[in-house]
Design a protein around this ligand. Structure first.
Ligand SMILES: Cc1cc2nc3c(=O)[nH]c(=O)nc-3n(C[C@H](O)[C@H](O)[C@H](O)COP(=O)(O)OP(=O)(O)OC[C@H]3O[C@@H](n4cnc5c(N)ncnc54)[C@H](O)[C@@H]3O)c2cc1C
Length: 399
């Protein structure tokens, strides 16, 4: 089996798992290498956008996510001082998608669903405790070296897809540049078991609350509500996650008479970066290994899944249907500009808007949002953009 492996995928996060499933369904022999001893219980991403749900539906995944997630057709823009500004309703997109809503479902549920599906394919190996450390490639093959608890191993394959996240060993090993920048402040996420819609009546399941320094994205996932807010770089990680500090930050967003019951807390550094290419010979990058962005708008994993589906379909065409491997350059052409022109631009703008400090600009933005929300056609145009439907259409139109 090992000698026949056609594709090695590094990293069993959401993107690596999606790539593996598409290759598995096409009969391609795959080895999926994951550094951790089991699937990571990653709570970072929870927003699945409509086009992602449409794509995952074709793989039989979406109903299994809906069972474990929370369907949220609307979302709100709020201001910490001024309250509700505007609400948008994704059901306006019912002619553009079979899933006119966001699904809130923690990303680890996707990897679990796919891992179970992969077990049905004898030509797929999912190996844990397998940390890739080096990659070499020639004109005809790629050799992957990885560490295991019983010592180093290696495997040759035709193509390798690096889905190993933002610190990607694959990306570094092949000297892909990763230009961009890191935000000074850190981002904290805190999950609580209280129902925020009872504490702040009318608070929507997805609410973006603007403020120059204390902005917050508030998301209702099935078993909890999650606050995401910035913490200045001068505050240590330990102080940023201290109980008293978190309680005070959350109560500023949603005033509560008692202490919140915190079920989870994490702090992140956040980058805006895109790899200078997604392909070097037989090595391809997808997901966070290829691009990273701030979480406002929930586009990192979604865009990564769109990459994963695109690259996997092209690999199937090359390996099974005799397509020229120049087709893999098209993957780079179709996906990299989307990461730069759409995801980077939109996520940077989302952050600038939610933290706008100039009161006049803030007011103007609120007026603009109210005007768009009051106009059906302008709402649809905005929702096509924020739901990533435009990004997917643009990507598919590139030759
Ligand atoms: C607070 C926060 C909230 C977010 N919310 C959203 C959201 O709502 N929607 C959204 O679309 N995105 C969101 N994101 C972004 C999202 O979490 C990432 O874009 C997503 O996890 C990328 O998936 P991936 O599979 O590319 O990489 P990862 O999820 O990072 O997975 C990489 C995998 O590779 C493994 N690995 C790493 N190195 C090696 C190695 N050398 N050998 C073998 N395996 C290795 C890791 O263990 C891991 O399992 C959020 C991010 C943050 C920080």
């Amino acid at each position: 089996m090992s000698n026949d492996t056609q594709v090695v995928i590094v990293g069993a996060g959401p993107v690596g798992c999606v790539v593996a499933l598409i290759l598995a369904r096409a009969g391609v022999a795959v080895r999926l290498l994951e550094a951790e001893p089991k699937l990571v219980q990653d709570m970072r991403g929870s927003t699945f956008h409509p086009p992602t749900l449409d794509m995952l539906d074709e793989l039989g995944i979406t109903p299994k996510l809906i069972e474990q997630g929370r369907v949220t057709p609307t979302f709100q823009y709020r201001d910490l001082d001024d309250g509700l500004i505007a609400e948008f309703d994704l059901t306006l997109l019912k002619d553009d998608t079979a899933h006119p809503y966001r699904l809130q479902c923690e990303q680890f549920k996707l990897t679990r669903v796919i891992a179970e599906m992969l077990a049905a394919y004898p030509h797929v190996e999912l190996l844990f405790d397998a940390r890739v450390v080096a990659i070499t490639q020639t004109d005809s093959q790629t050799v992957v070296e990885y560490d295991t608890p019983s010592g180093p191993e290696n495997i040759a394959c035709k193509y390798l897809v690096g889905c190993d996240g933002s610190r990607s060993t694959v990306r570094k090993s092949q000297n892909f540049g990763f230009p961009g920048f890191t935000y000074d402040e850190h981002f904290v996420t805190v999950s609580v078991s209280e129902d925020i819609s009872q504490i702040v009546p009318g608070m929507d399941d997805v609410s973006y609350i603007s403020h120059p320094t204390e902005w917050c994205a508030l998301i209702h996932v099935p078993q909890s509500w999650r606050f995401l807010f910035p913490v200045q770089a001068e505050i240590s990680h330990q102080d940023s996650l201290a109980e008293g500090y978190l309680q005070q930050r959350m109560k500023r967003i949603a005033a509560y008479g008692a202490d919140y019951s915190i079920t989870h807390r994490t702090i992140y550094s956040v980058n805006q970066r895109v790899a200078e290419t997604y392909r070097r010979g037989r090595v391809l990058l997808a997901g966070d290994a290829a691009h990273v962005n701030n979480p406002l708008g929930g586009m990192g994993m979604n865009g990564g899944i769109h990459d994963g589906i695109n690259v996997a379909e092209k690999l199937v065409a090359v390996l099974n249907e005799g397509a020229s491997d120049d087709l893999l350059d098209k993957y780079d052409r179709q996906r990299r500009p989307i990461a730069i022109e759409f995801v980077q631009t939109q996520s940077i703008r989302n952050k600038e808007m939610i933290e706008e400090a100039d009161p006049a600009v803030r007011r103007q933005r609120q007026d603009d949002l109210r005007a768009v929300a009051g106009d059906r056609q302008r709402s649809i145009e905005m929702l096509l953009q924020t739901s990533m439907i435009n990004a997917v259409r643009q990507s598919r139109s590139i030759e």
